[in-house]
Design a binder for this molecule. Sequence first.
Ligand code: SF4
Length: 349
Amino acid sequence: MDQKQNIRRVSQETLSEFLTRHGEKPFRAKQLMQWIWQKNAGSFEAMSNLPAGMRKHLSQAFYFYRPEILQVKQSSDGTRKFLFRFESGDTAEAVLIPSRERLTACISVQTGCAMGCAFCATAAIPRCRNLFPDEMIDQVVEIRRYAEENLQATLSNIVYMGMGEPLNNYDNVVQSLRILTREEGGGISYKRITLSTVGVPGMIEKLAQDNLKVNLAISLHAANNEKRSQIIPANRKYPVNKLREAITEYYNKTGSRITIEYILFKGVNDSLQDASELASFCRHFPVKVNIIEFNPVKNSRLEPSEPHQVGQFVEFLREKINIIVNVRKSRGRDIEAACGQLAHKQSRK
Ligand code: SF4
């Protein structure tokens, strides 16, 4: 017999074929999916409504594996950072962010990132591989379990905003989204899921064509090419005009309002001229702009803007241009769980 496979990494089609080969009725495939993804079973014995013979065949061909949580660190503001170790031994971090209205899991899609953004600790990680769909889903499953057991609260939102660029791991991200949103999967509405990207135009268009109705957040941070390329080197390959065209197409296809993320860096992208360029960029589709506090990271020459500069920038967009602007306070900074700080370092408390 072939080597056993991790059942959470096998496609639904393969599992269905396996069951048909063993003479099972088609509805059994749905039951099996429910056990794997909805009830998060950890063994075949637990699958009480499946015939014993079917469970035996499954256990001869497949096994279960769940990632290990190596560390949970808690911030003074209640944010938790999780360090996961997967079957391969690779690690990635994810974050649980409680707020008054929601409980959000921020998950990783890669073990590092090749995009090289100047403000981000993840960019400095030398080794980077794509996470598999089950590895992304397991971050949600384990964080949800943690929240229920420790906070007596239910996870409400998911953001693909941790380590890695989701659109560089497109197929696996899409597969994880389909399972998380399916009724016999995670049962989570697309409305509660946000995908954050620095912008890979071709993949944004594909996302629209594939009719995945996630909330799209663009890490823009500058609306002119020269400045943006300094902050996000990938902008040299995917310049602002291409990004704007792709977002326009995404909006035309999905009708979803776009979130623009903008970190203000002192003396780099925080002038009124920068705000005006941002406003021009935003004219092409309905947006809300999130101004994000910069969390200094090691070896970055960037610094956070002065509070009065932040105030002017925000006032210009709100009062003169009439754009919806939220100013986001940093969460989990003291445990390096905030935006741009994830670098899977295990440390003593
Ligand atoms: S900000 Fe996102 S895309 Fe940029 S290096 Fe960090 S993880 Fe990668």
